[in-house]
Design a protein around this ligand. Structure first.
Ligand code: SAH
Length: 394
């Protein structure tokens, strides 16, 4: 089978040759034939000198118009192809983790553009974030069944990314029933997640290693976890011996799940939950002269698009400025940033500026990213979206 051909403009195949899987619409010959292709079509990409460079997903209505699936020009993108990519992704995770709870597929970095799959053992939660991946839904479900034999597959297709691709927002089982609460084991602790009703896929696996690191600083300390969600940082700190933990979030639903996990883990006595807006909470806690040996703040993305960059960076600075006064002298401040548009350098500069504005000094003891089940595509710096900084404050 031959997929239709889309031509790359002369000289515009440079990044592709250096390993990038993306071509922007201004790098392709968008003639009438190309524009007429349905969103999500599979195409063969042809260089200016007539050479076929591989097979890609194509969306003529998206800024990222082509996403390379393979450099094999004769490849058939079918159940077998998808199953091989899934098996490769699974093989890596099985080396990394003992329990079957992790990000199984991290999109471009796992050779499956637009696809995210989080695994809660027998329950898979997928996001089909591009028109190309959406068009492959049927063979994808077959491939997931073949490689993993899950009891349930849920499509959490309500991401903002889908809007850019012209796709509708929906949450729908692709196999089995709509899952209720699921259990997951992380750093040896059992947590509860709600894949259908929680944020994103229900759990943020990306912070696994950072949670364990932060928890190591928590022994015997009072800990504050703002933007706590379902307790990833808070309960890990409690399990590692924090004297007391305060978990703050604006979502009652998230705090309820967190409280249930705390009860199951047997740490409920040492954890208290406060439903509050983060900045207001930090302000009030400073007024009340509360102090914590460890403060963790891992907020939602403050920068969702490039035009929010200035305001978002100010937000990270303000967060550090409001959180630093609550850190005991000495103590630790851990800050997370999941905005794709913010670099580690920017995040470090803004948070340090905020710490200085609060009149504190200290040193950086860790700067890291997401765990290895969120691989980074070496040619797509955007895929290193998570930044995590741990400061020791004097
Ligand atoms: N740290 C968490 C992930 C945080 S996700 C973890 O390790 O899993 C972001 C969280 O911030 C969500 O739970 C959301 O409910 C909460 N949130 C968003 N805006 C907020 C605000 N202004 N004040 C307090 N919480 C907020």
């Amino acid at each position: 089978m031959q997929y239709p051909t889309v031509k790359i403009l002369p000289g515009e195949d440079r990044r592709l040759r250096h390993g990038s899987p993306w071509l922007f619409s201004n790098e392709l010959r968008m003639d009438a034939d190309a524009k007429a292709l349905p969103r999500g079509s599979l195409v063969r990409l042809m260089s200016g000198n007539g050479k076929i460079l591989g097979v890609a997903q194509f969306n003529p209505h998206s800024l990222i118009a082509a996403r390379l699936l393979t450099r094999n020009k004769d490849a058939l993108i079918d159940r077998g192809f998808l199953a091989r990519r899934l098996a490769r992704a699974l093989n890596l995770r099985e080396k990394l983790f003992e329990a079957p709870h992790y990000r199984l597929v991290h999109a471009e970095a796992d050779g499956l553009p637009g696809l995210v799959v989080d695994r809660f053992d027998e329950t898979l939660v997928a996001q089909l974030n591009t028109a190309g991946m959406q068009a492959l839904e049927a063979p994808l479900v077959q491939a997931l069944n073949e490689v993993l034999r899950p009891a349930a597959i849920l499509a959490r297709n309500d991401s903002a990314a889908r809007q850019l691709e012209g796709l509708e927002s929906e949450v729908r089982p692709l196999k089995g029933e709509l899952p209720g609460r699921v259990e997951l084991v992380e750093n040896g602790l059992t947590f509860l997640a709600d894949p259908a009703g929680g944020q994103k896929t229900g759990w943020f696996f990306d912070q696994r290693d950072n949670r364990r690191f932060a928890a190591g600083l928590a022994k015997g300390e009072a800990v504050l976890d703002v933007y706590s969600y379902t307790g990833g940082f808070a309960l890990t700190a409690a399990a590692y011996g924090a004297a007391s933990v305060t978990a703050v979030d604006s979502s009652a639903h998230a705090l309820e799940l967190s409280a249930e996990s705390a009860a199951r883990q047997g740490v409920a006595e040492r954890v208290s939950f406060e439903r509050a807006e983060a900045f207001a909470f930090l302000d009030a806690a400073a007024q009340a002269k509360r102090r914590f040996g460890l403060v963790v703040a891992d907020p939602p993305a403050f920068v969702r698009s490039k035009k929010d960059l200035g305001a978002g960076l100010k937000g990270y600075r303000k967060l550090a400025r409001l959180a630093a006064p609550l850190v005991s002298e000495p103590g630790f401040l851990c800050l997370g940033c999941c905005s794709h548009h913010v670099s580690m350098e920017q995040f470090a500069a803004e948070t340090w500026a905020g710490i200085r504005e609060a009149g504190r000094g200290g040193r950086l003891i860790r700067s890291s990213g997401a765990g290895p089940d969120h691989p980074v595509h070496p040619a797509l710096p955007e895929t290193a979206y998570l930044k995590f900084l741990a400061y020791a404050l004097d």
